[in-house]
Design a protein around this ligand. Structure first.
Ligand SMILES: [Zn+2]
Ligand SMILES: [Zn+2]
Length: 389
């Protein structure tokens, strides 16, 4: 007996549908836990089409793109613009090939960057692994007054710029990949290093595989920029949280809103703790509130799942979900006392979800509590972060 699938998990339907004026929903197959398809939207105009989020890299995506476009009487060479909502591979994977075929513009947020921040300068209570037992308190910490807004990101552009420069230089790219491999995630101790196989795969990708599927952004945009797509004007909304570089698009004329992974219809997007944002969860709350305030949104078009109506209500219910998770963590703490991220994660998630992603999300929540002054962090004998609430 299998449980009914959530809409985000449904297999990619080969059929295309016009979901709003001159906007076609084209589902591309993806194989990612919890997700069965990604929506590529084609915004058609007199000169051809712009596509939003053209799926994962690889041949099966490409075949699906060609097939879906054909149903609309289009070919890859007709795509003049690729718009990428954020730096996850299921959203930008097809961009390199499209650019090669048609010379399309590639548009993304100016902070677009694939891969998390380099370990050394990561945020976190006790970022330097050399100093076990150092106490960091929620109160008075340097990060405590950081505003979770677009300013938050601006404050971290230096770090981002440096990582981006490193990624462009092959020697630095290898050095930073090696650093990533040898440094465990910020909440882990020195003994919790990634397995060698995983490390080597990442090293191979970070050094040689990158340019094959990571697109070069030709046009960087930021909050408030206006783009002409499907013959009308769209406003760029910067929505940091799920990633620091996440953007949505709003069309005031028809009330369409391309929500990417920021607001999904029936699942809550992953909020990881390793980010350019000091407090990704706080940024996410901020961005959910901003999106909920936009007037005249008639139809949200998410990157996964079906179009839906009430964007503001959905944004609030996602926020509510995370507040409940925070309360749950406070309850768990009463039980487990001073505990590491893995311990909280195992209580917070069902066993089938256990792993690095769940740990990262747990870490984001614990850090949020710490930065709000509701939790304290220190390192235990194994060098792991432990939280006390
Ligand atoms: Zn994503
Ligand atoms: Zn996604």
């Amino acid at each position: 007996m299998s449980k009914p699938k959530r809409q985000e998990q449904e297999d990619a339907s080969p059929e295309i549908s016009e979901v709003a004026k001159d906007i076609l929903r084209m589902q591309l197959p993806i194989q990612i836990p919890g997700l069965g398809h990604v929506n590529m939207y084609a915004l058609v105009d007199r000169n051809g089409a712009a596509v939003i989020d053209p799926g994962l890299p690889g041949q099966s995506t490409w075949d699906a793109i060609v097939d879906r476009l054909k149903q609309a009487g289009l070919e890859p060479r007709h795509i003049h613009t690729v718009f990428i909502t954020h730096s996850h591979p299921d959203h930008f994977g097809g961009a390199v090939r499209i650019h090669k075929e048609s010379g399309a513009k590639i548009i993304a947020h100016r902070a677009f960057h694939f891969g998390g921040p380099s370990n050394r300068k990561r945020h976190g209570p006790v970022a330097d692994h050399g100093h076990a037992h150092t106490h960091a308190h929620g109160h008075g910490g340097g990060d405590h007054h950081v505003e979770a807004s677009v300013d938050d990101l601006v404050a971290h552009m230096d770090l981002l710029e440096r990582d981006r420069r490193n990624a462009e230089n092959p020697v630095r790219r290898i050095a930073s990949a090696l650093r990533r491999i040898t440094t465990p995630a910020p909440w882990k101790g020195p003994a919790d290093r990634a397995k060698l196989r995983e490390s080597l795969r990442w090293l191979g990708f970070a050094t040689f595989g990158r340019s094959r599927f990571l697109p070069t952004v030709t046009h960087h945009v930021e909050h408030g920029d206006v783009l002409k797509l499907a013959g009308r004007e769209w406003f760029v909304q910067h929505t940091p949280g799920h990633t620091a570089d996440h953007i949505c698009l709003h069309d005031p004329e028809t009330g369409a809103f391309l929500s990417g992974d920021h607001v999904l219809p029936s699942i809550t997007p992953h909020i990881g703790g390793v980010s350019y944002l000091a407090d990704p969860l706080k940024s996410f709350f901020y961005s959910l509130d901003r999106v909920g305030e936009i007037r005249g949104v008639e139809l949200a078009l998410p990157a996964h799942g079906h179009p839906f109506r009430d964007l503001a209500a959905r944004a609030q219910s996602i926020k509510q979900h995370h507040h409940e998770r925070l309360d749950e963590i406070v309850e768990i703490a009463k039980d487990v006392g001073r505990a590491d991220v893995n311990t909280f994660m195992k209580r917070l998630f069902r066993e089938r979800s256990w792993g690095d992603m769940a740990e990262s999300e747990t870490y984001a929540h614990l850090e949020h509590l710490r930065l709000e002054g509701r939790a304290e962090a220190s390192r235990n004998e194994q060098g792991r972060l432990v939280y006390e609430i």
